[in-house]
Design a protein around this ligand. Structure first.
Ligand code: FAD
Length: 288
């Protein structure tokens, strides 16, 4: 199928893009890498009257180290996230996650802002964004605001972004010494989307886990934190046994999806398996 006809706008600044979003309202749609939007337009699941292509908004492409976090512009591609030396050095779990996305073509075109704004339940970044307690910066006609990761994902393909807001930046913490993160994924063999993906970020002090956050994607309609598993691991000496006991609780509280890619029961099993793998690797990277 081909998309219904649409008008095309190509702003070159954030300000201009927001003005166009305000002008066209529900009739307009932002185009970034196009790797989610174009397929759904071809299926006619989305029929915007105007595409607002932000690909020429150069000010949205950057990776900056600022104080204790990294600021990543919305148009930074998955390939750039995966290969950026600053991200690799200071928040390696995000680079690792980007490297898991799709194939080389998808990673070369798809952007971190587009992936988060699209909020596909099987997307990879959301698990890591939750585990990192990252922040998402939105800009609209009323100015800029910062949305904490847990409040950003609000449901299946829905986020806290207002229709006239642009996702402009993602802010992730620098993981210092004693901290480690890992992303482990059960990919769909055809698309590579996550049937289940788990990100774990831990901090070790005196041989104990003093901080742990675990994000899960693919399992439910929206990504979530594995709170029961986090509580079980916090304060523990990380052994095979304490890790396995925590991971066994990882699917608790998730409203599990059941579809052609896997039953709810299968997903629950995969959440437990991949949580164990992600925690073990995060602990190893934290020096444990
Ligand atoms: P677009 O497709 O341009 O836009 C997606 C949506 O976000 C649209 O609604 C658009 O209006 C909105 N949007 C885009 N940018 C902004 C912004 N800055 N502010 C506000 N709204 C915005 N993803 C994974 O996570 N894991 C995978 O394994 C995976 N495999 C894939 C395999 C294939 C074959 C394909 C085609 C895609 C796959 N993807 C996967 C999706 C891919 O990561 C997309 O790049 C991503 O979901 C969307 O990013 P984009 O830049 O292409 O956004």
């Amino acid at each position: 199928m081909i998309a219904v006809p649409f008008a095309y706008e190509a702003p070159t600044t954030v300000e201009e893009a927001i003005r166009l979003l305000s002008e066209f309202g529900d009739r307009g749609r932002v185009l970034a890498g196009g790797h989610s939007l174009i397929p759904i337009m071809k299926l006619r699941l989305a029929q915007p009257e105007v595409l607002i292509d932000i690909g020429r908004v150069g000010e949205l492409r950057y990776v900056r180290a600022e104080d204790r976090h990294l600021a990543i512009g919305a148009l930074t591609t998955h390939t750039q996230v995966a290969s950026d030396p600053t991200i690799g050095d200071q928040c390696a779990v995000l680079a690792e996650t980007a490297g898991h996305i799709g194939d080389a073509q998808v990673r070369n075109r798809g952007t971190i802002g587009g992936a988060l704004a699209h909020a596909d339940p099987a997307a990879d970044y959301p698990a890591t964004i939750l585990a990192l307690d990252a922040e998402i910066v939105a800009q609209g006609p009323r100015g800029r605001r910062t949305i904490a990761a847990p409040g950003f994902f609000t449901g299946l393909f829905t986020t806290a972004l207002a229709p006239d807001e642009l996702l402009v930046e993602v802010r992730v913490p620098v993981l210092g010494p004693g901290s480690g993160g890992a992303y482990a994924k059960r990919p769909n063999p055809a698309s590579h989307y996550a049937v289940v993906g788990v990100a774990a970020v831990v901090r070790l002090e005196g041989g104990r886990v003093t901080s742990v956050s675990i994000g899960v994607t693919g399992a439910g309609a929206q990504p979530s934190r594995a709170a029961a598993a986090e509580r079980a691991l916090l304060g523990q000496v990380p052994t095979d046994d304490t890790i396995a006991r925590a991971a066994a609780l990882a699917a608790e509280g998730i409203d599990l999806l059941s579809d052609i890619h896997g039953s709810a029961e299968y997903r629950a099993d995969m959440v437990r398996v991949y949580t164990r793998r992600a925690i073990r690797e995060a602990i190893r990277r934290a020096g444990g």
